[in-house]
Design a protein around this ligand. Structure first.
Ligand SMILES: NC(=O)c1ccc[n+]([C@@H]2O[C@H](COP(=O)([O-])OP(=O)(O)OC[C@H]3O[C@@H](n4cnc5c(N)ncnc54)[C@H](OP(=O)(O)O)[C@@H]3O)[C@@H](O)[C@H]2O)c1
Length: 315
């Protein structure tokens, strides 16, 4: 007999997917080059350690040299080999573009790209290029990195792209006529929702573009876990987060295991264009499945990132 969770409307599919047992992988990652953004903290940090432990060659991008050096030491201690890292602040798309080109010059093969760096802003702050910060870091930067590395991912096929997304996409907030929140008051959760919706919509478009290339692209909600997200929002937010939110959250290790599964498991070999709640596929919010809007957003994002004339790849 089907229980009540199987009969939930699709808007509540996250309740069903969130209760399913998690899958795991023991595949070796020896010889695989894994590029990960935002590896200096939280979800990205445990993911980098998990992949390195399984033999992967880690390349990471960080904004803080001090944190990058610390992570390098830890990875070297774990594996005996120092990782390669690049410094880039994702609020500056020129730095993202330069880093992507540097990576192209130095890494002939990338097996897994994990776009994980992300922020949650409680106030509207514009980057020096004039983008709302969460939209820039969570969507524009991951779009830029992915599109510039796309041909390399195709040349490295079979390869995988993972967008570390969020159930937060359900907060929505995406308005094509107001990506910068000039026409309405900024709300942190809506701003986060807009950026994660945009990042998710890009998955469907790139999945279509990559069809037959041997490159998969999927999105993952990495669980509700204890990380440093939001800690840039001042002492009041931090006190609220530490006192009320963090006690309800799980350990980041569940995120690392889930991303490891998605990055390595043979079961994921031909799976692309999906949204996962940890390791279980889930139906994303309806607004994020609006392909007409997604295509318009894709075109707009190309312009905003200076990639309107970018040739993606040829199979
Ligand atoms: N934690 C959760 O419950 C949760 C739930 C759903 C989705 N997520 C997603 O998981 C991903 C990782 O977040 P987290 O929870 O692990 O948060 P976190 O602990 O704050 O880690 C975020 C990472 O992104 C980096 N980053 C932030 N702003 C950056 C910028 N301007 N330029 C370059 N790198 C930047 C951070 O660098 P620093 O170390 O220098 O700060 C850090 O390495 C995000 O995409 C987030 O939206 C998290």
């Amino acid at each position: 007999m089907r229980n009540w969770r199987d009969r939930l409307p699709e808007e509540l599919d996250f309740m069903r997917a969130g209760r399913l047992p998690q899958k795991s992988s023991n595949e070796s990652m020896t010889g695989k080059v894994c590029l990960i953004t935002g590896a200096t903290s939280g979800v990205g940090y445990v993911t980098a350690l998990r992949l390195a432990e399984a033999g992967a060659e880690i390349v990471f991008i960080a904004r803080s040299k001090e944190k990058a050096e610390q992570l390098s030491r830890e990875l070297q201690e774990l594996t005996g080999t120092p990782p390669v890292y690049y410094l880039a602040d994702f609020t500056d798309l020129e730095q993202v573009r330069k880093t992507a080109h540097a990576i192209l010059g130095e890494h002939p093969k990338i097996d897994v790209l994990i776009n994980n760096a992300g922020v949650h802003m409680t106030t509207r702050q514009l980057t020096t290029e004039g983008h709302e910060t969460a939209f820039c870091v969570n969507h524009l930067a991951s779009f830029t990195m992915t599109v510039l590395l796309l041909k390399r991912m195709v040349d490295s096929a079979p390869s995988r792209i993972l967008q570390v997304n969020s159930e937060g996409h359900r907060f929505n907030g995406l308005r094509l006529d107001d990506l910068n929140w000039e026409r309405r008051p900024y709300r942190g959760l809506k701003g986060y929702g807009a950026s994660k919706t945009a990042q998710l919509m890009t998955v469907w478009e790139l999945n279509e573009l990559l069809s037959g290339s041997g490159v998969s692209i999927n999105a993952v909600h990495p669980g509700a876990v204890k990380s440093n997200i939001g800690h840039n929002n001042g002492w009041m937010y931090n006190a609220y987060s530490k006192g009320l939110i963090q006690p309800l959250l799980k350990k980041t290790e569940i995120s690392g295991e889930a991303i490891y599964y998605l990055a390595s498991s043979k079961e994921m070999d031909h799976v692309s264009g999906k949204f996962f709640n940890l390791t279980n596929e889930e139906i994303p919010a309806k607004h994020a499945r609006d392909r007409k809007l997604g295509k318009e957003l894709f075109q707009k994002t190309k312009v905003l990132t200076g990639l309107e004339n970018q040739k993606y790849y040829e199979i």
